[in-house]
Design a protein around this ligand. Structure first.
Ligand code: NI
Length: 429
């Protein structure tokens, strides 16, 4: 497939500074072939008129549980422990594999709708979320959540490993896998050691939750006389490429460990605020040189999967908390949501609109009231965009949504299926 996006405003990354240039973009197969003032080729399968459009790198949602769209708006205004152990886990216990497939598909649909082209997911039921990723055409780094507090740890690890093995044969470069020990408080020490040794053996990345709540830090400190970060470091978890979600409560020493071990931190500002878990020390993480990216977390604690909202939130909350309007600029927020996320998820040549990069991009309709007058479009992208303005989404050189019409997802079927599942969950069967 050969696509031309003709004469568009394009977000260009010049040595870490984003600017807007008028360019034409040629996409051939999976890659961006040209980003030039005028293009040499003249035969295309699809030509998109780029006038009054803004082309941005596809956004990366670095922490999600996509199937949790099924629990959206079902457990709100509750403290973390009540939310997780009394509302979410009992609902999860009632889910079938098919339910997880439809919940994941709804999550993917919402991400594409708001310009996200790649995500990290921690989920349950092997083959279901990956099937939704495969069919929808989105890009993902997937990991089956590993928990052993109920004694089912080995079964979950076996499921994770057999799925990874299954996908090795399929040669699908859009999907990567990690191992996901859920958190220091839901995995025993023996189990963590087993998972870490498997990750070393198979050279797999790790996706985990870390220092999300004050209670977690206190409990781990009481039990092991060390912070959660120090504890996982002692076990060797950070020796593999690690994506750690939240990292709200960190000591100076914890941050030194995260920096030395090149741990990627997925900050989830809305989820942390909504569950009353606080504000991550993003200012200090960035100053240390730690790779910070952005996630929504599941829709049960957000309640959307919209990275535009997270860009805005991470910038505003840190300006407010630190009483410093220069903190977390629009430029930084955009970097967190694109290149930093691509790096954290282990995808190379991803996160920029640049020749030779993977053709993952979103096109925004600039002909909306909130984009007039035209001053700074990078600021507009972070502070004025809701996500509704995204018109077209391309992943791996394939059009997934054009003029808000989905090309790979049967939207009405997804709405029908998740409504049916939700009715059953509400009846408690
Ligand atoms: Ni999470």
């Amino acid at each position: 497939m050969k696509i031309l996006i003709d004469n568009a405003s394009v977000v260009i990354n010049n040595d870490g500074i984003y600017s807007i240039k008028t360019k034409s973009i040629v996409i051939e197969d999976k890659y961006i072939k040209e980003v030039e003032d005028t293009v040499s080729d003249d035969e295309f399968d699809l030509v998109i008129d780029g006038r009054n459009k803004l082309v941005i790198p596809g956004l990366v949602n670095a922490h999600n549980h996509s199937y949790m769209t099924l629990f959206r708006n079902s457990a709100d205004d509750l403290p973390f422990d009540k939310w997780l152990f009394e509302k979410i886990i009992p609902q999860e216990d009632q889910l079938s594999g098919d339910n997880v497939y439809w919940g994941s598909m709804l999550g993917i649909m919402e991400m594409i709708y708001t310009g996200t082209t790649c995500f990290a997911d921690m989920y349950m039921f092997v083959n279901e979320t990956s099937r939704a990723v495969e069919e929808s055409g989105i890009r993902a780094n997937l990991s089956r959540g590993l928990v052993d507090i109920d004694g089912g740890g080995d079964r979950r690890l076996d499921e994770a490993l057999s799925e990874i093995k299954d996908y090795e044969k399929r040669d699908n470069e859009r999907i990567k896998f990690s191992l996901a020990p859920h958190a220091p408080y839901t995995c025993s020490k023996d189990y963590l050691e087993k998972v870490i040794s498997k990750a070393h053996q198979l050279n797999l990345g790790i996706n985990t939750h870390l220092s999300e709540t004050r209670k977690e830090v206190n409990d781990i400190q009481d039990q092991f006389k060390v912070t959660p970060t120090g504890y996982l470091n002692q076990l060797g978890l950070f020796d593999q490429r690690t994506l750690a979600a939240h990292c709200v409560y960190l000591t100076e020493e914890d941050m030194d460990i995260l920096y030395q071990k090149k741990v990627n931190v997925a900050s989830n500002p809305t989820s942390n605020l909504k569950l009353g878990n606080g504000v991550a020390p993003v200012k200090y993480l960035v100053n240390k040189g730690i790779n910070v990216c952005l996630g929504t977390d599941g829709a049960a604690s957000n309640n959307t999967l919209n990275i535009f909202k997270e860009m805005q939130m991470i910038s505003l909350i840190h300006k407010g908390v630190h009483e410093d309007a220069e903190l977390i600029t629009a430029q930084e927020a955009l970097y967190f949501a694109t290149s930093a996320g691509a790096k954290a998820l282990g995808f190379k040549r991803l996160g920029e609109v640049k020749a030779g990069y993977l053709a993952d991009l979103s096109i925004i309709d600039l002909d909306k009231p909130q984009y007039y007058p035209r001053n700074n479009l990078i600021a507009a992208l972070v502070y004025s965009t809701t996500g509704e303005e995204v018109e077209t989404v391309i992943v791996d050189g394939k059009v997934l949504m054009h003029k808000k019409i989905f090309k790979t997802i049967d939207v009405e079927r997804v709405k029908y299926e998740v409504t049916k599942i939700n009715n059953r969950l509400k009846r408690g069967i």
